[in-house]
Design a protein. Structure first.
Length: 121
């Protein structure tokens, strides 16, 4: 998990705990009408924050900064119109991130096709 995500998760947990304790103390220490109004405000703010977080997740770019790494693959050998792959094969039209290929194995194709790195279909 990214450092900022871990920090955000921790902050959300601490904030949720503090708000829970605050609401319990309000219910114990003040009259019910004040506690009810305060809880209504907390609920409205929490629902607005939930909507903002949901919209951010829905509209956010999930592949921003993505890196595809293929490393230390083995040897691929293909014969008689066959296909051999020891790297990664898959559709690449929708991937907009960076591709890194390092220390791939040998490929040998005798009448077929062989790949030891990234093979976008």
């Amino acid at each position: 998990m990214a450092t900022w995500k871990a920090w955000l998760l921790g902050a959300a947990a601490i904030t949720s705990g503090a708000l829970t304790v605050t609401l319990v103390l309000l219910a114990i220490l003040v009259d019910w009408e004040t506690a009810d109004r305060t809880a209504s405000v907390f609920g409205a703010v929490a629902s607005l924050l939930g909507m903002v977080i949901s919209l951010r997740a829905l509209l956010g770019d999930t592949q921003q900064g993505s890196v595809l790494r293929v490393k230390n693959t083995g040897k691929a050998t293909s014969k008689n119109s066959g296909k051999a792959n020891t790297g990664l094969t898959g559709p690449g039209a929708n991937f907009s991130g960076e591709v890194e290929v390092d220390s791939t194995g040998d490929s040998d194709a005798d009448g077929g096709s062989a790949n030891t790195g990234v093979w976008r279909t």
